[in-house]
Write a protein that binds this ligand. Sequence first.
Ligand code: ADP
Ligand code: GLC
Length: 470
Amino acid sequence: MTITHLSAECYPIAKVGGLADVVGALPKYLNELGVNSHVIMPFYNNNFTNSHNFITLHQGVLHLGATPYEYQVLKLKDDILEFDVFFIHVPELLFKDYVYSAFDTERFLAFQIAALDWLLLQENLTDVVHCHDHHTGLVPFMMQESHKYASFKNTPSVLTIHNAQYQGWFSHDLVGLIPEFNFDNVGLLDWYHVINPLAAAIKCAWRITTVSPSYMEELRQKANGLEDLLQHEFAKCKGILNGIDTEVWNTETDAFIIKNYTTETLEAGKQANKKWLCDTFNLDSNKPLIAFIGRLVHEKGSDLFPEVFQTILQQRQCNILLLGSGHQEVEYQLNAFKDQFTGLYNTFIGYDEKLSHIIYAGADFLLMPSRVEPCGLNQMYALKYGTIPIVNKIGGLKDTVKDLSVPNGFGICHDGATVSEICNAINRAISFYGDPKFNQIQHDIMTIDHSWHASAQAYINLYNSLKPAL
Ligand code: ADP
Ligand code: GLC
């Protein structure tokens, strides 16, 4: 069985968030379990593509309505990844120094059409087309409805929803960009009078997964307008918790961190990483270090940070270090009170993969007060690095973090993304820092198994359930 993953991101090639980590790991672990998997993704103008060599497998012309665009299918010259990646190079649309922008309809439509056009030319390349998020959401529809892809009618498609907040909406005025289909079925594209690629995929894909069981349940109540549709399609939906790539996220071998460590050398290892962070960001290494890494958006609760940090830092009992970027007003506010709390608070506004690894290693606690968290990988990286997560009890956070107050608990959970809940949770963390059990918990959480093996097997079971159709 061969699985084709279609995605806008894939680590280490192009990463904006957790989608990249998942698509960069799942195919590898599927391959290990004997299920041949590859990825098709856009070719961007970024550090990775500029520093590697590629060969051209195919040159063609795709059509968005009547407009032709030249495209190429590229492959890495050397096999440096543990799975094949095929790149769709549409110089005019996709080859940009960013992954996402505010004007992506044509870009990702071109990606999806070129990918299907090329797959059509390959004999037996794929048994299941696995789409990730709305950027690839029109693929199940086109496989089922577009005349030119009629030969894909019996090829199963799977959609994984990494985040239902973003749906890729565009106007019916652009319907002519989609390869010709029986117009009687245009309703499959529609959700509340606009074309909604995520909704179209939920309707047309043979199976729907999302990245944790709790998020799957939550989506039935709250899915940014798609809840009724998900209720209706629930029989084909399943929550499968993401894993983490333990080759990349490994304290013994991580080349980004200041000092490597194991469960045996945890204290010295974390201390060295914390010292580097405190020296670099002018923080107090004698006090607990609470960190946040992520996108500064409403979903992550980041609009609450200015008030939360102000309240907490006034007590002068901990450090706070933040790595992230996003909402400009929040960025501005978070930078603004740096002077007020010099020596205890700092921010790095931007994206820095290396720094993120050092923070997971050197922080004492990782803060994740998300309002929406389909899975969340940060808390699992934190656990692996002996850093205690402080999380709002929702989505994947609920499925992966057990509060200290329950038997075998190891994290700090709060009920709801409010300033008072988050402040209480941080105060619990500050008190726990001095607790005799603190080091034991740091040690224990490093051994929790969140590797991909179980989750990859769950995907294989799902692919196998489609087998009668293969
Ligand atoms: P999401 O995909 O919603 O952003 P996840 O928790 O699934 O959240 O994954 C986020 C991923 O992106 C993690 O690998 C995290 O370390 C990384 N990340 C987020 N923001 C930054 C940043 N500013 N710099 C470096 N890595 C970041
Ligand atoms: C999305 C979600 C995040 C999840 C990631 C990978 O970006 O916001 O919770 O961990 O996808 O599935």
